[in-house]
Design a protein around this ligand. Structure first.
Ligand code: NDP
Length: 476
């Protein structure tokens, strides 16, 4: 597929291409241009020309365009989900969730169009002031490969509704569904150039977006080190930044919780998307009075997950997105075993069988007796590995939960309101779930604390972040 600049498929400036690989088979399914700094310049010029047209539309008109796009996405959700599974690897039903999630986001923003009415401030003898909001201009977006469609929605929905234009870079391993969705948006009334997609490596295309002086805001989702690099590149211009970085979410299970529900929550929370979710359950703290039974059930349920090609009916967990992702997990597991930092209850290896031989599969893995110094607890593990740690009481659980530089999400599983309230008050994270994990509907703000990032996506908070106030003071 080609890049999208100015509302059309754009021929690349050079003849270098990036192959897109199906993670379940290792086959090349398509290729996209290896974009350059010049392509970013072309996209910025197109976004600049479109801005004056797009911002003149009323917010309601822009909202209607988002709403129409959501309708087409819903009509085509099966085809779009197949494409997403083929490039990303996740099971088809998770891709369908994600495509519908994208439509939900567009509909949410369409539904609140016109809500930003501004305010009148009465200043007595000084006069009256009208405080309005206006779009920022051209915005940049850089997207990872784990949830490429949902995260595209988190950025595109509020940015477009607020009246901005965009230059977006998808991850090099998952550009296809993003390009297809942009074609859809271009058919429903976006002014040409409102949403431009440049494919290509982070080090060239991504950094050119981060550095560009005409780009007024950049929203980036990816890992902490890249986020830091982007901050450095962006520092040469005045640019607002939203950084959605990594996480190492704790899940705490107290003895009064519904144990089966909590086991299901941990399995889904860790193995959804083969563990490649920013808010996945990455550290599980279980009260010691129930830890043995809990671990036994986890092992049983993890072993029941059907591993396979995401396109096959019945697959519960697909491959990892790339060979390098799997290699990172394997290095970590080998280290845990070599250093005696934990006991592998199940998994820990690639699955056997011809059907798995070419894809990037890794078995769902549960590890108990994990040492505090293990990389399973100290870093972000972006794959299907669940470390389980028994804790004697809530105080210890909260202390351990906070023993990380991240602060994205956390969950507490209990039926005691006071326990839940303490977790909410004392755990450092942008979202605390009670008897739930992972769910992030478009209505609520989402983002992390500490090394999990800056700013918020979703909800009215994101819409505000894509606009700025402008004030008219009337002296009578
Ligand atoms: P990366 O940071 O490596 O990549 C993310 C995006 O940044 C890709 O488009 C990549 O391009 C691009 N990129 C890479 N290097 C640069 C650079 N120097 N300058 C500009 N852009 C660059 O992230 P991962 O692939 O590791 O993605 C997973 C990470 O994302 C995890 O840490 C996860 O927790 C986090 N994440 C956070 C979320 C949140 O909301 N907080 C949500 C989802 C994921 P290319 O593909 O070409 O390398």
């Amino acid at each position: 597929m080609l890049m999208r600049i100015g509302g059309v498929d754009a021929e690349p400036g050079n003849d270098s291409w990036i192959p897109v690989i199906n993670p379940a088979t290792g086959d090349e399914i398509d290729r996209v241009p290896e974009g350059t700094k010049d392509d970013v310049e072309r996209a910025v010029a197109a976004a600049d020309a479109a801005f004056f047209v797009w911002k003149k539309k009323t917010q309601r008109e822009r909202g209607m365009i988002l709403f129409r796009a959501a309708g087409i996405v819903r009509e085509q959700h099966k085809d779009l989900a197949r494409l997403l599974t083929t490039e990303q690897g996740k099971p088809l039903r998770e891709s369908i969730d994600e495509i519908r999630g994208f439509a939900n986001i567009l509909e949410f923003y369409a539904g609140i169009s016109g809500a930003q009415n501004g305010e009148l401030v009465r200043l007595g003898a000084t006069g009256d002031a009208l405080v309005t909001r206006e779009p920022l201009g051209i915005c940049g977006a850089i997207i990872p490969w784990n949830m490429p469609v949902l995260i595209m929605g988190w950025k595109v929905g509020p940015a477009l509704l607020a009246g901005n234009t965009l230059v977006l870079k998808p991850a090099s391993s998952t550009p296809l569904t993003t390009l297809r969705l942009t074609q859809i948006l271009d058919t429903v009334g976006l002014s040409p150039g409102t949403l431009n997609i440049i494919t290509g490596p982070g080090e060239t295309v991504g950094e050119a977006i981060a550095e560009h002086p005409s780009i007024k805001k950049l929203s980036f989702t990816g890992n902490y080190a890249t986020g830091q690099r982007i901050r450095e590149r962006a520092a040469g211009s005045i640019k607002e930044l939203t950084l959605e970085l990594g996480g190492s979410d704790p899940m705490i299970v107290m003895p009064d919780a519904d144990i089966n529900k909590a086991v299901d929550g941990a399995i889904r929370g860790r193995f959804y998307n083969a563990g490649q979710t920013c808010t996945a359950v990455k550290r599980l703290f279980v009260h010691e009075s129930i830890a043995t039974e809990f671990s036994r059930k986890l092992k049983q349920n993890a072993e029941a997950l059907r591993l396979g090609n995401g396109l096959d009916t019945g697959t519960d967990m697909g491959p990892l997105n790339s060979a390098i992702q799997r290699e990172r997990i394997e290095i970590l597991i080998n280290k845990v075993q070599d250093a005696g930092q934990g006991t592998i209850l199940t998994g820990g290896t690639r699955p056997e069988g011809a059907e798995y031989s070419r894809g990037f599969f890794f078995r769902p893995t549960v590890v108990s007796d994990v040492e505090k110094t293990s990389g399973l607890l100290t870093g972000e593990v972006f794959g299907p590995v669940l470390p389980v740690v028994p804790v004697p009481d809530l105080d210890t659980a909260i202390t351990e939960a906070n023993r990380t530089s991240y602060g994205l999400g956390a969950s507490i599983w209990t039926n005691n309101l006071h326990t839940a309230k303490r977790a909410f008050d004392e755990i450092h994270a942008g979202i605390i779930w009670v008897n739930r994990h992972l769910t992030v509907p478009p209505e609520i703000p989402f983002g992390g604390m500490n090394e999990s990032g800056l700013g918020r996506e979703n909800g009215l908070h994101a819409l505000e972040s894509y606009s700025r106030t402008k004030t008219l003071l009337l002296g009578w």
